[in-house]
Ligand binder design. Structure first.
Ligand code: PLP
Length: 473
């Protein structure tokens, strides 16, 4: 209720409400708005006129009001020919050419104003070293050669730093390629290792961005289930035998979305299975710097256990530093390095030198260690708040908490419609991710992923859970 609202107050309330509608979606009827906000029709029409003037609302006489769509630029032309051109032609060779980014994009879309985000793949701004990054970028931009072309494989000093960061693997800088973040490194690895049309073994569930890459490259992601100890090795052996796949992609540390850590015994099993199949293992080590303060020391990366060149290691700084610092690395042993380099150079030449220099400035300053400790603490406090709130408010769901990563994977009761829950949650003011896009095949049960790192702090994280609990069946 908004008794006695002026047109201006009401416009503010309505703006917040309408921002949760998709462009083009029909807005509630005037009568419903008058009743809900306790205002007269005159006040409502003044507020609506403001929102029309702002470009948020369009009214169609006799048909109601709508959230405005994207503004049209210039006269509409007939572009239907593109639908034929994008998919026709013998060169498509029976491989679907559409790029399905829907599951992936859903995890990246920002939450509307006033909505708590338990959603998305990057820590909240309050967990980022933005000030230190700005200072590092300023110094980097003035370094000699920062704006020229760097070596194609990356700046030597940064390659050496990554080689040391990939702890226990005894790599040197010549076995490292600087990449433009994890997503780009994964795409390079898949394109280098498997031809279009081939199967690629992936964890089930897994990161939707990986599924999007495999499908965009015309590959067939084949699910291998994950449990509390990571990949199920006996099923991996079966999947290699059944598909003859030459690539497995896995996240041994704080797997997204389940948070599982591959157990010691299974690490050996995964490497053995891949070696026997003559296959590569792409190790997506996205969460190496997201260990919580109560976590035991994390196991070394899988590439540290490998002396045969089986593992292609992917490392990224975006989660620990900032999504805007799109710098990561690919590390490998053997001739595969040349292939990786060729694919990366053909696709994107090199990672901007100024960004590479920014990383060197950042990680070389004492602020980096302080930031990593603050990040670990911030993640731990948010996780603890979400765990307590779920236990208190939603005792029937089955969350599995891990002392690392940025999310919790929550199993809902069988038969729950996870999309309906995620939709109702958004209307109640909290954004969560439904489980479906994380599965390469049929999901065994309904799930939600709650990315608590995205909240401004433990209080907001607990508030998000309270809003979610209110709509759980
Ligand atoms: C498991 C996993 N791998 C890779 C990425 C890609 O991250 P970036 O390209 O920002 O390094 C993400 C991002 O959410 C992720 O969750």
């Amino acid at each position: 209720m908004n008794n006695g609202s002026s047109g201006r107050d009401l416009a503010d309330d309505l703006r917040r409400e309408f921002e949760r509608y998709a462009p083009g979606e029909r807005l509630p009827a005037s009568r419903a708005l008058v009743e809900r906000h306790g205002v007269g029709p005159g006040t409502l029409s003044r507020a609506m006129a403001r929102l029309v003037a702002e470009g948020l609302v369009v009214t169609r006489p006799g048909a109601g009001s709508y959230r405005a769509g994207e503004p049209a630029r210039g006269p509409a032309r007939d572009t239907s020919w593109q639908e034929v051109a994008l998919d026709a032609g013998p060169e498509a060779g029976g491989i679907a050419r559409g790029v399905d980014d829907s599951g992936f994009i859903a995890t990246l879309a920002p939450a509307p104003a006033g909505v708590v985000s338990l959603h998305g793949g990057y820590p909240h701004a309050s967990l980022r070293p933005d000030r230190e990054l700005a200072a590092a970028a300023g110094r980097a931009a003035r370094r000699p050669g920062a704006w020229g072309s760097p070596p194609l494989e990356g700046v030597a000093e940064l390659r050496d730093w990554f080689a040391r960061e990939i702890d226990g693997a005894s790599l040197d800088g010549s076995q490292v390629l600087v990449a433009a973040g994890g997503q780009s490194a994964l795409a390079t690895a898949l394109r280098a290792l498997a031809p279009p049309g081939s199967p690629v073994l992936v964890e089930s569930p897994t990161y939707p961005g990986l599924l999007a890459i495999a499908r965009a490259l015309g590959m067939r992601p084949v699910p291998v289930p994950v449990d509390g100890d990571g990949l199920r090795v006996e099923l991996l052996v079966e999947a290699f035998a059944a598909t003859r796949a030459r690539v497995l992609v896995c996240q041994p540390l704080f797997h997204n979305p389940t948070g599982a850590v591959l157990s010691g015994e299974r690490r050996a099993g995964v490497l053995r299975a891949a070696r026997e199949a003559g296959a590569f293992v792409v190790e997506d080590d996205y969460a190496r710097r997201l260990s919580h303060t109560d976590a035991p020391p994390p196991p070394p990366p899988l590439i540290a256990d490998d002396r045969h060149g089986t593992v292609v290691h992917v490392h990224s700084l975006t989660k620990a530093a900032s999504p805007g610092l799109r710098v990561g690395a690919l590390a490998a042993r053997g001739p595969v390095l040349r292939r990786l380099r060729a694919v990366q150079v053909v696709d994107s030449l090199f990672v901007p030198g100024v960004l590479q220099e920014t990383v060197l400035e950042l990680v070389g300053s004492p602020a980096w260690g302080r930031h990593l400790r603050a990040l670990a603490e911030g993640l731990t406090r948010r996780r603890t708040a979400v765990a307590a709130a779920l236990l208190e408010r939603a005792p029937l769901v089955e969350p599995v908490f891990r002392p690392g990563g940025y999310q919790v994977w929550v199993r809902l009761r069988d038969g729950t419609d996870e999309d309906a829950v995620a939709g109702a949650a958004l209307r109640a003011g909290v954004k969560v991710a439904a489980g479906r896009p994380f599965f390469p095949g049929e999901p065994p049960a309904p799930y939600l992923r709650l990315a608590y790192a995205n909240t401004s702090g433990p209080r907001e994280a607990a508030e998000g859970v309270a809003r979610l609990a209110g709509v759980l069946p």
